[in-house]
Write a protein that binds this ligand. Sequence first.
Ligand SMILES: *Cc1c(COP(=O)(O)O)cnc(C)c1O
Length: 351
Amino acid sequence: MLFDLESLVRPNVRAMKPYSSARDEFEGEARVMLDANENSLGSAGPERFNRYPDPHQRAVKAALAPLKGVATEQIFLGNGSDEAIDLLVRLTCVPGQDSILILPPTYGMYEVAANLNDVAVERLPLTADFQLSSEIVAQVNASQAKLVFICSPNNPTGNLLHAEAVEEILRGFGGLVIVDEAYADFTTALSWTTRLAEFPNLVVMQTFSKAWGLAGLRLGMAFASPEIISYLNKIKPPYNISEATQQHALAALQDAERFEAMRTELLKGRDWLAERLPAVSIVKEVFPSDANFLLARFRPDATAVYDYLLEKGIVVRNRTTQPGCAGCLRLTVGSPEENDALLAALQQYEG
Ligand SMILES: *Cc1c(COP(=O)(O)O)cnc(C)c1O
């Protein structure tokens, strides 16, 4: 499959001139800054945020590049992964004409971004054990969709998709292949970022929302070729990552110790729950997880269990209506005390 980015990008996006911000036209510090209609007096509130942030987030990318083993030109930062998903759809799909491809059960935002942009959604359900089969791979590769979203480890199922199958899609699919690695920090599998040089059609997404513990900050990452990244930069809102977010992300990246400690603790919690849940009488099945959650199948009535947990003040995610997930609840790994409370509540259930 010969990959041609230009032919995938929407004609209007190819032709448009991006917004040129004040911080694009003048970089750096001047003695008197009167070019951006900012307030030179300062800011209301306790901290100073009177200047527009770096539209290219150079400091954050410089800290991130060595950590991720990519060049700064291969990094896009978004207001959550959600922004990257939306921009990828808008970069490639002509509304009312083009489509994206998803592999249910999977993360709901791909479909929402497509719906918002009047882009059709093709669905190829995963197998009963939530995997890609050679039939599914063949159907993906035969599709005319502009994008395929591959979530691995997958949400809500928790499993990694077979790397050989993903590789076949990377070699055979005509559009962009987005591998969503929101849960990459919870698996020992190699990130697809290590394969970027081989596949010009590959986009890898990761996030600060999970293992970094910064869901409230809204910071997502996309890694791809410099060509794809520069198109994403062309169409993003100029100041999409706030100064507060950039400062906080930099501080977080310098706190790798805390990140590692939390990650280790969450993995321990996952193992602890995965070991004990199968022995609970109402638990029919616990699916293997490479993420910070466990998908479990309950009997006889998962929604009754969901309601029961809610009454006990424990909220989990009811996934019973997702394709292939009948009877399933998605349980996020919490603190040791929360995991304890969840397990005890399930053990006490009398349906
Ligand atoms: C949690 C999650 C994300 C993260 O989204 P953010 O917008 O970065 O918070 C992305 N993809 C999947 C599959 C997720 O489960």
